[in-house]
Design a protein around this ligand. Structure first.
Ligand code: FES
Length: 273
Protein backbone atom coordinates (compact mmCIF):
# COMPACT_ATOMS: atom_id res chain seq x y z
CA UNK A 1 0.00 0.00 0.00
CA UNK A 2 2.83 2.39 0.71
CA UNK A 3 4.22 1.87 -2.79
CA UNK A 4 1.02 3.16 -4.41
CA UNK A 5 1.66 6.61 -2.95
CA UNK A 6 5.09 7.02 -4.42
CA UNK A 7 5.49 9.77 -7.02
CA UNK A 8 5.72 8.95 -10.70
CA UNK A 9 9.16 8.06 -11.91
CA UNK A 10 10.25 6.69 -8.59
CA UNK A 11 10.42 2.97 -8.83
CA UNK A 12 11.63 0.65 -6.11
CA UNK A 13 14.62 -1.26 -7.10
CA UNK A 14 14.20 -4.97 -7.35
CA UNK A 15 15.51 -7.02 -4.46
CA UNK A 16 18.99 -8.10 -5.24
CA UNK A 17 19.33 -11.76 -5.69
CA UNK A 18 22.54 -12.89 -4.17
CA UNK A 19 23.40 -9.38 -3.07
CA UNK A 20 24.47 -8.14 0.28
CA UNK A 21 21.59 -8.97 2.63
CA UNK A 22 22.45 -5.94 4.66
CA UNK A 23 21.89 -3.67 1.73
CA UNK A 24 18.53 -1.88 1.98
CA UNK A 25 16.29 -1.41 -1.00
CA UNK A 26 16.81 1.99 -2.57
CA UNK A 27 14.60 4.13 -4.74
CA UNK A 28 16.06 5.03 -8.06
CA UNK A 29 15.04 8.04 -10.02
CA UNK A 30 15.08 7.07 -13.68
CA UNK A 31 14.46 10.53 -15.08
CA UNK A 32 17.00 12.32 -17.23
CA UNK A 33 20.52 12.57 -16.03
CA UNK A 34 19.79 10.68 -12.83
CA UNK A 35 19.95 7.43 -14.75
CA UNK A 36 23.72 7.09 -14.62
CA UNK A 37 23.64 7.61 -10.88
CA UNK A 38 20.94 4.99 -10.61
CA UNK A 39 23.06 2.55 -12.54
CA UNK A 40 26.03 3.36 -10.34
CA UNK A 41 23.96 2.91 -7.21
CA UNK A 42 22.66 -0.36 -8.46
CA UNK A 43 26.16 -1.49 -9.21
CA UNK A 44 27.26 -0.45 -5.74
CA UNK A 45 24.47 -2.42 -4.11
CA UNK A 46 24.70 -5.29 -6.52
CA UNK A 47 21.05 -4.83 -7.51
CA UNK A 48 19.79 -5.00 -11.05
CA UNK A 49 18.55 -1.58 -12.23
CA UNK A 50 14.85 -1.56 -13.16
CA UNK A 51 15.33 0.92 -15.98
CA UNK A 52 18.02 0.55 -18.59
CA UNK A 53 20.61 3.28 -18.66
CA UNK A 54 20.41 5.75 -21.52
CA UNK A 55 22.56 5.05 -24.49
CA UNK A 56 24.53 8.24 -24.09
CA UNK A 57 25.37 10.14 -21.01
CA UNK A 58 23.39 13.33 -20.61
CA UNK A 59 20.50 12.23 -22.88
CA UNK A 60 16.98 12.39 -21.48
CA UNK A 61 15.24 9.07 -21.29
CA UNK A 62 11.64 8.94 -22.53
CA UNK A 63 9.47 7.25 -20.01
CA UNK A 64 6.78 5.12 -21.59
CA UNK A 65 3.26 6.28 -20.69
CA UNK A 66 1.29 3.62 -18.99
CA UNK A 67 -2.36 3.24 -20.05
CA UNK A 68 -4.82 4.83 -17.70
CA UNK A 69 -6.66 2.34 -15.60
CA UNK A 70 -10.29 1.67 -16.42
CA UNK A 71 -12.86 3.55 -14.39
CA UNK A 72 -13.82 1.84 -11.23
CA UNK A 73 -17.22 0.13 -11.38
CA UNK A 74 -20.02 2.06 -9.73
CA UNK A 75 -22.73 0.06 -8.04
CA UNK A 76 -26.26 1.28 -8.66
CA UNK A 77 -29.33 0.98 -6.49
CA UNK A 78 -30.19 -2.41 -7.95
CA UNK A 79 -26.83 -3.75 -6.99
CA UNK A 80 -25.54 -3.81 -10.53
CA UNK A 81 -22.21 -2.33 -11.21
CA UNK A 82 -21.32 -0.13 -14.11
CA UNK A 83 -18.50 2.13 -15.13
CA UNK A 84 -18.58 5.88 -14.85
CA UNK A 85 -18.47 6.29 -18.64
CA UNK A 86 -21.40 3.95 -19.11
CA UNK A 87 -23.30 5.68 -16.37
CA UNK A 88 -22.75 9.07 -17.93
CA UNK A 89 -23.78 7.71 -21.34
CA UNK A 90 -26.96 6.33 -19.86
CA UNK A 91 -27.79 9.69 -18.29
CA UNK A 92 -28.65 12.19 -21.11
CA UNK A 93 -28.53 15.90 -20.66
CA UNK A 94 -31.81 17.14 -19.21
CA UNK A 95 -32.64 19.59 -22.03
CA UNK A 96 -31.82 17.16 -24.82
CA UNK A 97 -33.73 14.38 -23.12
CA UNK A 98 -36.77 16.57 -22.84
CA UNK A 99 -36.65 17.43 -26.55
CA UNK A 100 -36.00 14.00 -28.04
CA UNK A 101 -37.10 11.42 -25.53
CA UNK A 102 -40.14 9.46 -26.61
CA UNK A 103 -41.84 6.43 -25.29
CA UNK A 104 -40.33 3.44 -27.12
CA UNK A 105 -43.80 1.91 -27.35
CA UNK A 106 -45.22 5.10 -28.91
CA UNK A 107 -45.61 4.46 -32.64
CA UNK A 108 -47.85 7.46 -33.39
CA UNK A 109 -46.48 9.72 -36.19
CA UNK A 110 -46.31 12.77 -34.02
CA UNK A 111 -44.03 15.50 -35.20
CA UNK A 112 -42.04 17.95 -33.27
CA UNK A 113 -43.18 21.52 -32.93
CA UNK A 114 -40.47 22.64 -35.35
CA UNK A 115 -41.68 20.13 -37.96
CA UNK A 116 -45.27 21.29 -37.55
CA UNK A 117 -44.20 24.88 -38.02
CA UNK A 118 -42.33 23.91 -41.18
CA UNK A 119 -45.37 22.15 -42.59
CA UNK A 120 -47.61 25.08 -41.76
CA UNK A 121 -45.32 27.57 -43.45
CA UNK A 122 -45.01 25.33 -46.49
CA UNK A 123 -48.78 25.02 -46.84
CA UNK A 124 -49.22 28.75 -46.40
CA UNK A 125 -46.60 29.49 -49.05
CA UNK A 126 -48.19 27.05 -51.51
CA UNK A 127 -51.65 28.55 -50.98
CA UNK A 128 -50.28 32.05 -51.44
CA UNK A 129 -48.52 31.08 -54.66
CA UNK A 130 -51.70 29.45 -56.00
CA UNK A 131 -53.77 32.52 -55.17
CA UNK A 132 -51.20 34.76 -56.81
CA UNK A 133 -51.18 32.60 -59.95
CA UNK A 134 -54.99 32.65 -60.10
CA UNK A 135 -54.98 36.42 -59.75
CA UNK A 136 -52.41 36.74 -62.51
CA UNK A 137 -54.46 34.44 -64.74
CA UNK A 138 -57.52 36.59 -64.05
CA UNK A 139 -55.64 39.62 -65.33
CA UNK A 140 -55.23 37.99 -68.75
CA UNK A 141 -58.66 36.67 -69.85
CA UNK A 142 -59.14 34.40 -72.80
CA UNK A 143 -59.13 36.09 -76.16
CA UNK A 144 -62.13 35.42 -78.33
CA UNK A 145 -61.02 35.23 -81.92
CA UNK A 146 -64.31 36.26 -83.40
CA UNK A 147 -64.44 37.11 -87.05
CA UNK A 148 -64.77 40.75 -87.94
CA UNK A 149 -68.26 42.14 -87.93
CA UNK A 150 -67.90 43.65 -91.39
CA UNK A 151 -66.67 42.00 -94.53
CA UNK A 152 -66.85 42.49 -98.25
CA UNK A 153 -68.69 39.69 -99.98
CA UNK A 154 -67.69 40.36 -103.58
CA UNK A 155 -69.56 41.95 -106.46
CA UNK A 156 -73.29 41.44 -107.06
CA UNK A 157 -72.76 39.95 -110.49
CA UNK A 158 -70.86 37.09 -108.87
CA UNK A 159 -74.08 35.74 -107.39
CA UNK A 160 -76.88 33.76 -108.91
CA UNK A 161 -80.41 33.51 -107.59
CA UNK A 162 -80.86 31.63 -104.37
CA UNK A 163 -78.73 30.90 -101.27
CA UNK A 164 -74.96 31.34 -101.28
CA UNK A 165 -73.16 29.51 -98.48
CA UNK A 166 -69.59 30.66 -99.10
CA UNK A 167 -69.64 32.92 -96.02
CA UNK A 168 -71.38 30.58 -93.63
CA UNK A 169 -68.32 28.98 -92.02
CA UNK A 170 -66.20 32.10 -91.70
CA UNK A 171 -68.78 34.79 -90.98
CA UNK A 172 -72.03 32.96 -90.14
CA UNK A 173 -73.94 34.58 -93.01
CA UNK A 174 -76.06 33.33 -95.89
CA UNK A 175 -76.34 35.79 -98.75
CA UNK A 176 -79.60 35.26 -100.59
CA UNK A 177 -80.44 36.78 -103.93
CA UNK A 178 -84.14 37.04 -104.67
CA UNK A 179 -86.14 38.47 -107.54
CA UNK A 180 -88.86 39.70 -105.20
CA UNK A 181 -88.35 40.22 -101.49
CA UNK A 182 -91.38 39.86 -99.26
CA UNK A 183 -90.56 42.99 -97.27
CA UNK A 184 -88.97 45.30 -99.84
CA UNK A 185 -90.92 44.04 -102.88
CA UNK A 186 -87.86 44.40 -105.03
CA UNK A 187 -85.05 42.30 -106.43
CA UNK A 188 -81.78 42.25 -104.61
CA UNK A 189 -79.80 40.76 -101.72
CA UNK A 190 -80.31 40.18 -98.04
CA UNK A 191 -77.95 38.63 -95.49
CA UNK A 192 -79.42 35.99 -93.16
CA UNK A 193 -77.66 35.31 -89.88
CA UNK A 194 -77.08 31.57 -89.43
CA UNK A 195 -78.29 31.39 -85.84
CA UNK A 196 -81.47 29.53 -84.96
CA UNK A 197 -83.83 31.81 -83.08
CA UNK A 198 -84.88 28.96 -80.82
CA UNK A 199 -81.73 28.20 -78.80
CA UNK A 200 -78.91 29.31 -81.06
CA UNK A 201 -77.89 26.25 -83.06
CA UNK A 202 -76.74 26.59 -86.66
CA UNK A 203 -79.36 25.45 -89.17
CA UNK A 204 -78.49 23.72 -92.43
CA UNK A 205 -79.55 24.78 -95.87
CA UNK A 206 -81.47 22.00 -97.58
CA UNK A 207 -81.49 22.93 -101.25
CA UNK A 208 -83.66 19.96 -102.21
CA UNK A 209 -86.37 21.14 -99.83
CA UNK A 210 -85.67 24.81 -100.39
CA UNK A 211 -85.47 25.61 -96.69
CA UNK A 212 -83.22 25.96 -93.65
CA UNK A 213 -83.48 23.19 -91.07
CA UNK A 214 -82.13 23.31 -87.54
CA UNK A 215 -80.55 20.00 -86.47
CA UNK A 216 -81.09 20.61 -82.76
CA UNK A 217 -84.91 20.64 -82.37
CA UNK A 218 -86.16 20.61 -85.91
CA UNK A 219 -87.13 24.21 -86.50
CA UNK A 220 -87.57 25.06 -90.16
CA UNK A 221 -87.29 28.35 -92.05
CA UNK A 222 -88.20 29.46 -95.52
CA UNK A 223 -85.55 31.02 -97.74
CA UNK A 224 -86.88 34.39 -96.68
CA UNK A 225 -86.04 33.51 -93.10
CA UNK A 226 -89.64 33.14 -91.96
CA UNK A 227 -90.10 30.22 -89.56
CA UNK A 228 -92.80 27.68 -90.40
CA UNK A 229 -92.07 24.54 -88.32
CA UNK A 230 -90.51 23.45 -85.08
CA UNK A 231 -90.27 25.18 -81.70
CA UNK A 232 -88.63 28.40 -82.84
CA UNK A 233 -90.86 31.40 -82.03
CA UNK A 234 -89.70 33.82 -84.73
CA UNK A 235 -87.90 34.23 -88.04
CA UNK A 236 -84.18 34.36 -88.63
CA UNK A 237 -82.55 37.77 -88.34
CA UNK A 238 -81.04 39.72 -91.16
CA UNK A 239 -77.81 41.72 -91.11
CA UNK A 240 -77.07 45.13 -92.60
CA UNK A 241 -76.12 44.88 -96.23
CA UNK A 242 -75.07 47.81 -98.41
CA UNK A 243 -72.95 48.50 -101.44
CA UNK A 244 -69.37 49.51 -100.60
CA UNK A 245 -67.50 52.34 -102.37
CA UNK A 246 -65.69 49.88 -104.61
CA UNK A 247 -68.96 48.33 -105.71
CA UNK A 248 -68.74 45.21 -103.58
CA UNK A 249 -71.43 43.91 -101.26
CA UNK A 250 -70.62 45.01 -97.70
CA UNK A 251 -72.14 42.96 -94.89
CA UNK A 252 -72.23 44.38 -91.35
CA UNK A 253 -73.19 41.89 -88.64
CA UNK A 254 -73.10 44.49 -85.91
CA UNK A 255 -76.57 45.58 -86.93
CA UNK A 256 -79.48 43.17 -86.94
CA UNK A 257 -83.00 43.48 -88.35
CA UNK A 258 -85.95 41.51 -86.96
CA UNK A 259 -89.04 40.73 -89.02
CA UNK A 260 -91.45 40.68 -86.07
CA UNK A 261 -90.34 44.21 -85.23
CA UNK A 262 -90.96 45.46 -88.76
CA UNK A 263 -87.26 46.08 -89.33
CA UNK A 264 -86.94 44.19 -92.60
CA UNK A 265 -88.27 47.21 -94.38
CA UNK A 266 -85.25 49.22 -93.37
CA UNK A 267 -83.27 50.34 -96.44
CA UNK A 268 -80.10 48.75 -95.07
CA UNK A 269 -81.81 45.42 -94.45
CA UNK A 270 -81.97 44.81 -98.18
CA UNK A 271 -79.66 45.67 -101.06
CA UNK A 272 -81.67 46.48 -104.15
CA UNK A 273 -79.94 45.57 -107.34
S1 FES B 1 -81.97 25.55 -81.55
FE1 FES B 1 -82.82 25.38 -83.49
S2 FES B 1 -84.63 24.34 -83.14
FE2 FES B 1 -83.81 24.52 -81.18
Amino acid sequence: MADDKKPDGIQPSAPATGANPAARPQHVNVRGGDAPATAAAAAATGATPTTPAPAAAGAHAVRPVAPRPAAAPIPDLAGKTTTAAAASAKTPAPAAAKATQRDPDDTSPLLTRRAWMGLAWGAFSAASAAALAATGRFMFPNVLNEPPQQFKAGFPNEYGMGVDERWKEKFGIWIVRTPDDIAQHASGFYALITVCTHLGCTPNYLSAENKFKCPCHGSGYRLTGINFEGPTPRPLERARVVLADDGQILVDKSRHFQYELGQWTDPEAFLKV
